[in-house]
Design a protein around this ligand. Structure first.
Ligand code: G4P
Length: 291
């Protein structure tokens, strides 16, 4: 594997802009929803998030629970709870039940609400910002929260400076666009996990290496998936033989019957992207502690 490539700190221009925007908005925000991917609850988390959101109350949402390995992900939920986070596992794709999130939000704001009522102040709507790396489900969450009865509150001159707020209910308003942040490619495992399970791929690592990593990780933790999906019970020492097998089985051939490796990579990546491969959590507590 190419060591240099995994250590790059890819920092596209738009990140600087997002950072500035979040910093501008954060004082108006009461609660932050930080969305991460339940299959990579470590790699998809933004390490230096405090830089952006200061000490605002925050709810950590492990999304895509339908695709994760619940036993492993449960350990991560516990890990973050131990660190003092309010943690929620969600499947925003299939479930429309946002009540647990609304309840958690109300709990986050309990103290603030109490202070206001003791001072005889009227309750105001809590303002929420959604943040996370690309592809974790931020927009899906916003759509779930907004539902059908969305009302764009619009700009409030002098208060929100060109920001649109969407009314969620009597107690909550949502900033209409999420804060898209970029992960840190802290080490090789994190880089490969991000490349394997998110939309962040060829910008970071060659597809071939990502696919080989996926196959090795499946062999190590989920051999039954290799068997069920690709009909193999182990990877060959020469990985090309395994790719050939999968290619032939899945019809990734070019004229003359040769295997088209680019197609094999796409098939495997799509198996993950489209959720044909589920029940996987690639971040493992033991790896993190080793690194
Ligand atoms: P983002 O704003 O953070 O970039 O993520 P977005 O909501 O666009 O979600 C990224 C992809 O993940 C979308 O699929 C979305 O449907 C899917 N997704 C979101 N939440 C869940 C979940 O809980 N479970 C599963 N299985 N998938 C989820 P897509 O194929 O990129 O787009 P689309 O074809 O669904 O629109």
């Amino acid at each position: 594997m190419n060591e240099n490539k995994t250590n790059i700190n890819w920092y596209p221009g738009h990140m600087a802009k997002t950072k500035r925007l979040i910093l501008e908005k954060i004082d108006l925000i009461d609660v932050v929803y930080e969305v991460i991917d339940a299959r990579i609850p470590y790699s998809s988390k933004i390490i230096d998030i405090e830089q952006y959101i200061k000490n605002k109350p925050r709810i950590l949402i492990l999304n895509k629970m339908d695709l994760c390995d619940p036993k492993e992900t449960e350990k991560w939920i516990h890990y973050y709870e131990e660190k003092g986070y309010i943690v929620l596992g969600m499947d925003l794709m299939h479930s429309t039940n946002i009540k647990p999130l609304l309840d958690a939000t109300a709990k986050c704001l309990e103290q603030e609400s109490m202070k206001r009522s003791q001072k005889g102040l009227k309750m105001r709507k809590a303002r929420v910002l959604v943040v996370g790396i690309p592809n974790v489900g931020k927009s899906t969450l916003i759509n779930r929260l907004v539902g059908k009865k969305a009302v764009v509150v619009g700009n409030k001159p002098g208060v929100t400076k060109n920001l649109d707020w969407i009314r969620i209910n009597d107690t909550l308003e949502l900033l209409d666009s999420p804060g898209i942040l970029w992960p840190k490619f802290e080490n090789e495992t994190v880089s490969f996990n991000l490349a394997s399970l998110t939309a962040i791929k060829e910008e970071v690592l060659p597809l071939e290496e990502v696919v080989i990593y996926i196959l090795h990780t499946l062999e190590r933790y989920y051999p039954q998936i290799l068997q069920e999906r690709y009909g193999i019970d182990h990877l060959e020492e020469d990985i090309v033989e395994t790719l050939d097998w999968i290619g032939k089985r899945r019809g990734c051939l070019i004229r003359g019957g040769e295997v088209d490796y680019e197609k094999v990579y796409t098939v495997i990546l799509n198996d993950i992207k489209e959720g044909h491969i589920k029940g996987i959590t690639f971040d493992r507590m033991e790896d993190i502690h080793e690194s």
